[in-house]
Design a protein around this ligand. Sequence first.
Ligand SMILES: Nc1ncnc2c1ncn2[C@@H]1O[C@H](COP(=O)(O)OP(=O)(O)OP(=O)(O)O)[C@@H](O)[C@H]1O
Length: 301
Amino acid sequence: MKVIEVRNLRKSYPHHVAVEDVSFEVAEGEIFGILGPNGAGKTTTVECVAGLRVPDSGTVRVAGLDPHDDRDELRRVLGVQLQSAALPEKIKVWEALDLYASFYPHPADWEELMRRVGLHEKRDTAFARLSGGQRQRLSVALALVGRPRVAVLDELTTGLDPQARRDTWELVEQVRDSGVTIVLVTHFMEEAERLCDRLTLIDRGRVVATGTPAALVAQAGGEQRLRFRPSAPVDHALLLALPEVRSVTGSGEHLEVTGVGDLAPAVTLALAEHRVVPTDLRVEQATLDDAFLALTGRTLS
Ligand SMILES: Nc1ncnc2c1ncn2[C@@H]1O[C@H](COP(=O)(O)OP(=O)(O)OP(=O)(O)O)[C@@H](O)[C@H]1O
């Protein structure tokens, strides 16, 4: 069942069209990613979804509600964590949770939420003294304290070190597993690949493609690359004859084979038939970055 529907959204600022034409649907219970480079219009899009900005045209529905006209009802359905959510420096972790809980008629048990995001030991720590990762986890908890059906998380892991980023990813998965639909805005390819059930690629205010990470990669050619050192010389024609293979190039002792489908098994089998062993075999899958490049001619970063 779809819980968010965005149709032909357009939003401009003075002298600048931030969102030209964006449409997508989010199904209940999924992690839906909005991926694109800086300035693509991602934040403006989710701000329209969250009722924080009024679209110039197009429609947005969240659980059947119009985010602008039904703002009060929307607050009960949708929790939002935005990029620069700042809290007063001196507010303590527990105070922030208690305050936010007071905004809702049926809030979550914030003590339990605090434990779930791993901030129990920091309950009396002032916001200014939290690390980047702890602040992010607090902002996730604040987005969830109203027991939303949908949580919008914007650039959640920007500025975090790799460990804090992985911890935050686990937290997002736990939240999804508890039944909350998540809209995740990111410009990190790895984050989108790891977390998103489906995602939409946005560039210059327009949707470039929408689908599962695997489908987007496949749609853009889905090419894989094998690199290995053959134990004996290999006739390139032997590999080029395989339907999975698109190109064979040799660089030094290494061979590089690109192709699609079951490329690695097909190549290793063909080599084995000629008693050649591929050593130092490395398989590189195409990534969302490759997909974005193929679709827009530009990279994500
Ligand atoms: N309040 C504003 N006034 C004028 N222009 C704005 C405003 N907010 C955003 N923009 C511009 O609109 C465009 C889209 O911005 P938006 O923040 O939606 O993109 P984004 O994809 O979220 O990028 P980022 O990841 O850098 O935040 C950018 O060119 C930005 O400079």
